[in-house]
Design a protein around this ligand. Structure first.
Ligand code: ATP
Length: 584
């Protein structure tokens, strides 16, 4: 079973070095994240897998890496400056902000109030200026130096259509792929890295003949569109997503951008919030290249609802040597999020397995300790409440940055040691989890470690190592990541870390494999615990050097998913691993 909640993934990512909250030492910044040592490996693997699939394995694609900061004119003529906005409504009662198009009724989903402001248009682009500017917003001087951080990578591909086509002597149909950062000042970021204000995209603009030039036997725009939808759908499956949790959904007329002929979203069934778009595949007709072109006939401008572009020095057309005609190519655009893909693959790969049923003799004393920890927490909450009332200390929760949509209550401790609101939340969760023991062992382990309401409580401090030990003994968390996506490919353990002959061999194998794959040598715990740690981060293979190695030059190779162990000759390791990790 994949992840039951985004919280499980968020905990794992923080605990094991995939993803950390951005600017954390200063209380965090609304939904910005830093990718740690394992996160950066995994992002890299996703990008390489995509690039290999859409660039290397095709003969009709080229790559590009455009600038993040582009002229304001680009976004003016692409339509983003005028229309790349979301309708924003504020709840007058609880001050929560919502996207009007995400509300199912005229009621605040947070507090139930019907007292909402009318929707206002909120542009999602981050602005900056090139060079020093002291002018007021909207003046000619300000506008002349204004730039935007790109909200999508696509526009630089359009800007470079002719450069790529001419320098690489490409004939339509061909496409250009780009991976890079994009920025959107989202109104409601959240669900961990599903919707963030800084993220990464993998986009393709695939240039094709307009319908009137398509000859018998050639693919029409609709056929190209279908082909890309299924190509892209299959890519997600090839990296381990189960088809029961990935669907193609054609956008209906009301959702469709006015210039798009058709768009199909690929959606994944996420825990907590259900189906969410991970990629969109759009038939954008000749809108984009026409929008940036100087000489477009009036009739086409009217058809595409475009103004004449007097700013551009280019016309993005193409001379088709076979048709002996010039035309503006049509575009099929598959556009996916790298960071959203990472969340998808993590949710899909996450599994918890009870490998050993704990006995009542192990569980019952824990329940008793949990009860007394709860009593103590409630007492501390009452004392803190009293203290606050006397000294009028503001509640810590009241200053937290709610914009993140992710911050737990009381994240910032501005007052006394205990926050009654956070403690109440902690106690409610702990009570509920206690009722689900032993299945909830890991959840309790995380709760005690992470929850702001669990901090500075002595009985909790005592309870923590006991829960942790039982969880480690009985539960296995395993990320069943496709080997291509796993951050660490192989872990190498010495059975005894004070046995020089074993250590030497372990180090030698590590050195031998390191140029070809990310390996990790670890001797910081017993083998059982080391296996668990690697399972939790999705490492496909573990190698143990033991006493038998000294006799016959073989090591134990242990597979993550089946936990099967076999003996492999050291000399055969590299070749075998390269093959099984799809590196050869
Ligand atoms: P949504 O409806 O979720 O806001 P969108 O339709 O605006 O998304 P596109 O403009 O089609 O998204 O962007 C293409 C892809 O980029 C999306 O499928 C998604 O994977 C990714 N993406 C878009 N916005 C974000 C974001 N704020 N955070 C992370 N990924 C994003």
């Amino acid at each position: 079973m994949p992840a039951r909640s985004i919280e499980q993934i968020r905990n794992l990512c923080k605990r094991r070095g995939f993803i950390f909250p951005g600017s954390a030492a200063y209380g965090g910044l609304g939904s910005f994240w830093d990718y740690g040592p394992l996160g950066v490996e995994m992002l890299g693997h996703i990008k390489r897998a995509w690039w290999r699939n859409v660039v290397y394995e095709r003969d009709d694609m080229e790559g590009l890496d455009g600038a993040i900061i582009t002229s304001r004119k680009v976004w003016q003529h692409s339509g983003h400056e005028a229309t790349f906005s979301d309708p924003l409504v504020d709840c007058k009662k609880c001050r929560a902000r919502h996207r009007a198009d995400h509300l199912t009724s005229n009621v605040c989903p947070k507090c139930g109030s019907t007292d909402l402001t009318p929707p206002r248009s909120f542009n999602l682009m981050f602005q900056s200026h090139v060079g020093p500017v002291a002018a007021e917003v909207g003046t000619d001087e300000e506008l002349a130096s204004r730039v935007y951080l790109r909200p999508e990578t696509a526009q630089t591909i359009f800007m470079n259509f002719k450069h790529v086509q001419a320098t690489l002597r490409r004939k339509v149909p061909f496409g250009v792929a780009q991976i890079g950062k994009a920025f959107r000042n989202e109104i409601t970021p959240g669900n961990f890295i599903f919707r963030t204000r800084e993220f990464e995209q993998m986009e393709i603009e695939f240039f094709i003949k307009p319908p009137q030039f398509v000859k018998d036997g050639e693919k029409t725009d609709e056929q190209w569109h279908e082909e890309w939808i299924s190509q892209r759908y299959n890519w997600w499956l090839s990296l381990g997503v189960d088809p029961s949790r990935l669907r193609k959904r054609a956008q209906d007329k009301a959702e469709l951008a006015h210039y798009a002929k058709a768009t199909t979203d690929l959606e994944y069934l996420f825990p907590d919030f259900g189906w969410g778009e991970v990629e969109g595949v759009a038939n954008r007709t000749d809108f984009d290249l026409s929008a940036h072109s100087r000489d477009i006939p009036e009739a086409d401008l009217a058809r595409l609802k475009l103004e004449k572009n007097a700013d551009s020095t280019e016309t993005f057309d193409y001379f088709d040597p076979e048709a002996k005609a010039r035309y503006i190519p049509w575009v099929i655009e598959p556009s996916a999020g790298v960071t959203r893909a990472m969340l998808t693959f993590l949710c899909e790969a996450y599994h918890e397995e009870l490998v050993k049923e704990p006995t009542p003799a192990e569980v019952d004393p824990l329940k008793v300790e949990i009860d007394s920890a709860i009593k103590n927490a409630q007492k501390k909450a009452k004392e803190a409440e009293k203290l606050r009332a006397e000294s009028r200390v503001p509640s810590p929760g009241s200053t937290a940055d709610k914009a993140a949509g992710d911050a737990a209550p009381g994240t910032r401790d501005t007052g006394p040691k205990h926050d009654p609101v956070a403690i109440a939340d902690f106690v409610a969760k702990l009570e509920e989890m206690k009722g689900r023991l032993p299945a909830s062992l890991l959840e309790i382990d995380n709760l005690l470690e992470e929850h702001p309401g669990a901090q500075n409580l002595e009985p909790v401090k005592k309870l923590k190592p006991k829960v942790n030990k039982l969880a480690e003994d009985c539960v296995r968390v395993v990320l069943r990541l496709h080997p291509t996506l796993a951050p660490i490919k192989v872990a190498i353990f010495p059975l005894k870390k004070n046995e020089p002959a074993i250590v030497d061999i372990g180090r030698r194998i590590t050195k031998q494999l390191a140029p070809f794959m990310r390996v990790q040598y670890d001797d910081s715990a017993g083998i059982g615990r080391l296996y668990r740690r690697q399972d939790e981060i999705g490492t496909p293979f573990c190698i143990t050097v033991d006493f038998q190695t000294l006799e016959d030059n073989t090591v134990t190779l242990r597979e993550r998913d089946s936990m099967a162990q076999s003996r492999v000759k050291i000399d055969d390791l590299k070749h075998m691993l390269m093959q099984r990790l799809h590196l050869a």
